[in-house]
Design a protein around this ligand. Structure first.
Ligand SMILES: Nc1ncnc2c1ncn2[C@@H]1O[C@H](COP(=O)(O)OP(=O)(O)OP(=O)(O)O)[C@@H](O)[C@H]1O
Length: 626
């Protein structure tokens, strides 16, 4: 087959453009990326060879070699791992398959400085070679295949693939030759390469050799980091391993390294990242923890090893009990795997609870919660067994917390006498929620209300139902129960006589007909004239909107209750009119306007915009004329 020229996927071209032109201050990380890929390639072959020993041939010792050539001004990174076929070269080195890429590219601003830091978080893997090289050649021979392939590119829009001459390609694995740029000469120096390997890749379990010689010494420690005693691992090494294993470029927020002995034996080295990974909300909700069996990498897709509500964890679990030849399929419903999972969850939750209960680190815990709280909340309704611990971790913003996150315990401690429920309001945006008319009465009485703005909130409150005997209750559903609560007493305002109010209620009910479930007097409003609430047995309004957005609402939307504020001057006037003059066209229009107004405040569409606009115009005109 002759040489073929192919274009990079548009996203790759964009990335390469930024990579090549950015003033990346730490260009040296390209080597970490390539070594990381090389070590993954060795891991993958080691796993494949468990079932097909022939793949290793007579070369079973894995290694990575760095070969600088000062004359040719090239640096070569070579591994005898799994290698890539032609199609894999095209696919892996021409596209970006990872989910979250779209989100990442959209978040690029075009401002080089900001983008570099974003790229730092995202990681560009193989493509980082173009930070130091003006041309890159990749020679690869897949384990078990005879034909080797050559991929080549200058990183400007396209690449070529062709069959490689036998003598150019490794007998197995991948050889990456970087033709270094003028200003990248430092990467030809042995001391510099040693220094970079020590800094970033010491934890790599495969030996990294410098130079071509067969007896070259390995530059790194070449033992799996998690097998070393904790006392011998520096904070830097833990951090670098996190970068390798988690593909994260932030620093870990929490590092957990433990060895379990007893019913099952395993080692865990897990990290909680500081920042949200780009694919955290990918619908597949997959975790990324790598499963090893006695130092052999098995998979990073062991379903059930980590619950999806802990999918932000990164790291390694190395089991002593699973059989080495365990296939990925055999892992499903494997009892050892369930025990591993139980052990992991217990350990991680235990440490998180400790962090949560340490008053001194409240601000630190809040940054964690802001990043991963929405994911942990999924556990509240998915995993009954861990609900109590998760509730200890739960942090919320409330009408009384001034933007800070507080625990349910704090909220409980601030409840008023006679308050039987923990009140909440759910919506998309905190600022908008704080202006909700339904909150007015609670605010006036000094009753704290949770402001829930994550889409998952409605689901966990709905399934957890109560905390220490106090039910969660939405302020936009059912009665307000404010009369029973001994709070700060708001000043009493006049209300119209009972008869006038009932006339208005009856009139509104008659006029609005089946557009509302009921019209009633409100005790939750103090400022606004009207609001909508859901009836006790119906879905809360925000939840219903959420379900409708996701086309999950079986039946049509339920009807609302329109509540009128008897202390509002407008309602008083309307009540007097209804009692004294009975039905008149102006009053009918007013009833419709009240309903539309309540819908607008709720963020909902008015049912008949043309009629709304006509009524409003009539009213304004009348108002001006008066
Ligand atoms: N030395 C190698 N041997 C075999 N396959 C490789 C090698 N280097 C890269 N690959 C393949 O190319 C793919 C893309 O590599 P790349 O470094 O761009 O991304 P990644 O490793 O998936 O993620 P990250 O950007 O976080 O490193 C890898 O997933 C792997 O399949």
């Amino acid at each position: 087959m002759t040489e073929e020229r192919l274009s990079f996927q548009a996203e790759v071209s964009r990335l390469l453009d930024i990579v090549a032109h950015s003033l990346y201050s730490e260009k040296e990380v390209f080597l970490r990326e390539l070594i990381s890929n090389a070590s993954d390639a060795c891991d993958r072959l080691r796993y494949a060879a468990l079932t097909d020993g022939a793949l290793l041939g007579d070369d079973s010792g894995f290694r990575i070699r760095l070969v600088p050539d000062k004359d040719a001004k090239t640096l070569t990174v070579w591994d005898n791992g799994i290698g890539m076929s032609r199609d894999e070269l095209v696919e892996n080195l021409g596209t970006i398959a990872r989910s979250g890429t779209g989100a990442f590219l959209n978040s690029l601003t075009g401002d080089a400085k900001k983008d570099v830091s974003l790229i730092g978080q995202f990681g560009v893997g193989f493509y980082s070679a173009f930070m130091v090289a003006e041309r890159v050649e990749v020679f690869s021979r897949k384990a078990g295949e005879a034909q080797a392939w050559k991929w080549e590119s200058d990183g400007r829009g396209s690449f070529t693939v062709a069959e490689a001459a036998d003598e150019d390609a490794p007998s197995r694995g991948t050889r990456i030759v970087m033709h270094l740029r003028e200003d990248a000469g430092e990467y030809l120096e042995d001391y510099r390469l040693r220094q970079i390997v020590k800094t970033y890749s010491d934890h790599i379990a495969v030996p990294i050799l410098l130079g071509k010689a067969d007896d070259a010494e390995s530059v790194n420690a070449a033992s799996a980091l998690w097998t070393r005693p904790k006392s011998e691992i520096t904070a830097e090494q833990y951090k670098e391993f996190y970068h390798h294993v988690g593909h994260g470029f932030d620093d870990p927020w929490l590092t957990l390294h433990w060895r379990a002995e007893g019913v099952i034996e395993y080692t865990g080295l897990l990290y909680v990242p500081k920042e949200r990974p780009f694919d955290l909300f990918d619908p597949k909700r997959r975790h990324r923890v790598k499963l090893y069996v006695r130092r052999v990498f098995i998979t990073d897709e062991a379903e059930g090893l980590v619950p999806s509500w802990l999918r932000f964890l990164r790291g390694v679990v190395d089991s002593e009990d699973l059989p080495l030849n365990v296939s990925r399929e055999m892992l499903q419903n494997n009892p050892v795997l369930s025990k591993l999972r139980a052990g992991i969850v217990k350990r991680v939750l235990g440490d998180l609870v400790k962090k949560a209960e340490d008053a001194e680190s409240a601000a630190d815990f809040a940054t964690f919660w802001d990043a991963f709280g929405p994911v942990l909340k999924e556990g509240l309704y998915e995993d009954y067994a861990h609900r109590d611990d998760l509730l200890k971790l739960l942090r919320v913003r409330t009408t009384a917390s001034d933007g800070a996150l507080v625990s349910l315990e704090t909220v409980l401690g601030r409840m008023k006498e006679g308050q039987e429920a923990i009140y909440y309001i759910a919506g998309d945006d905190r600022a908008a929620l704080e202006k909700s008319p339904q909150l007015e009465g609670y605010r006036a009485k000094g009753v704290e209300v949770l402001l829930l703005t994550d889409p998952v909130d409605e689901f966990w409150v709905g399934s957890v139902r109560e905390y220490k005997g106090k039910a969660f209750k939405s302020v936009t559903r059912g009665g307000a129960d404010l009369a029973k609560i001994q709070g700060e007493e708001p000043e009493k305002k006049d209300t119209p006589p009972e008869g006038e109010l009932s006339s208005l209620l009856a009139f509104c009910k008659l006029t609005l007909g089946d557009q509302v479930k009921d019209v009633r007097v409100s005790d939750r409003l103090t400022e606004s004239p009207v609001c909508l609430v859901a009836d006790d047995g119906d879905l809360d309004m925000h939840l219903e909107r959420l379900l409708a957005q996701h086309k999950q609402l079986g039946a049509g939307p339920s009807k609302r209750i329109l509540e009128l504020n008897p202390t509002h001057p407008l309602i008083k006037r309307l009540a007097a009119t209804a009692a004294n003059e009975g039905a008149k066209p102006g009053l009918e229009e007013a009833a419709w306007l009240l309903l539309d107004q309540a819908r607008i405040v709720e963020g909902e569409a008015v049912s008949d915009p043309a009629a709304f606009s006509r009524r409003l115009a009539t009213f304004l005109e009348r108002g001006l004329a008066a």
